[in-house]
Design a protein around this ligand. Sequence first.
Ligand code: ATP
Ligand code: ATP
Ligand code: MG
Ligand code: MG
Ligand code: MG
Ligand code: MG
Ligand code: MG
Length: 256
Amino acid sequence: EGDIQNIRPEYIESFQFQDKMMLSTWIVVRIDGCHFHRFSDAHEFKKPNDEQALNLMNSCAVALLEEFEDIVFAYGVSDEFSFVLKKDSKLYERHASGIVSTMVSFFSSMYISKWTGFILQQELKYPPSFDGRAVCYPSSEILRDYLSWRQVDCHINNQYNTCFWTLVKSGKERREAQSCLKGTQTQEKNDLLVEKGIDYTAEPDIFRLGSCIFRDMENKALLEVNCAEDSRKRIVIEHCNIIDNNFWEAHPWILG
Ligand code: ATP
Ligand code: ATP
Ligand code: MG
Ligand code: MG
Ligand code: MG
Ligand code: MG
Ligand code: MG
């Protein structure tokens, strides 16, 4: 009684909850910057889109693909990134906590260590953090629906922000600009931009479409014969439409 020697480890461990992700499903880890509204203000990010900050996010995501071979695809926008792990990944025996915590901490470390190389005119005022979650998607169709949802979100937010900052830069108070845009549809936002002389379709792809990161392989056979060193060199960043079939048909090895 009260003897620490008598505590069975199985008893203590039985309090841990089972967080293994379902087998043979795509695991998506989405990370998102904590309070980046404030962080981007404190570091004077260009509004609505600071390209250097996006390039820093992308570079951290590339580092993640280098570190975790099981990541087959990543999609990023603003302060978030989604990482897709291959269906048969055995990373941390598929324990969600192990997968999410290492990926999010690796990303945060990278963000801080790469900061000075990307954000030239601003010193890092305080260390940023990211949150993360893991979700299983049981089929490539549902996984594609997930990715389409993120890209649609990118478009909606970017169109809104482009309008908002156009109004603010033309002299409106932030609150005024906000109420101007309240309840407006896509067409009205397009009209507003045209009125201000902005062609939304001419905005850079990285802003409108977000960033896709993956290993650029001719085919799956090549991927298997290549050594790790080679596969690292093949990591590419592209800004493309991932809602259409075209992208997935042109890169069949990603979800293959
Ligand atoms: P939370 O902690 O809940 O995620 P948040 O402040 O990070 O809160 P988000 O919805 O994640 O809110 O939005 C991120 C915000 O960070 C954007 O609204 C934008 O203000 C800012 N931001 C992120 N990346 C950039 C960028 N590249 N250029 C300009 N602003 C950016
Ligand atoms: P994993 O990635 O699975 O956690 P690990 O190598 O980190 O693998 P742990 O079981 O977490 O293994 O053990 C951490 C190891 O790190 C210790 O065995 C020890 O060698 C080293 N270590 C951690 N903190 C200290 C410390 N303060 N002083 C000396 N060594 C330390
Ligand atoms: Mg968040
Ligand atoms: Mg955020
Ligand atoms: Mg966000
Ligand atoms: Mg450990
Ligand atoms: Mg350890």
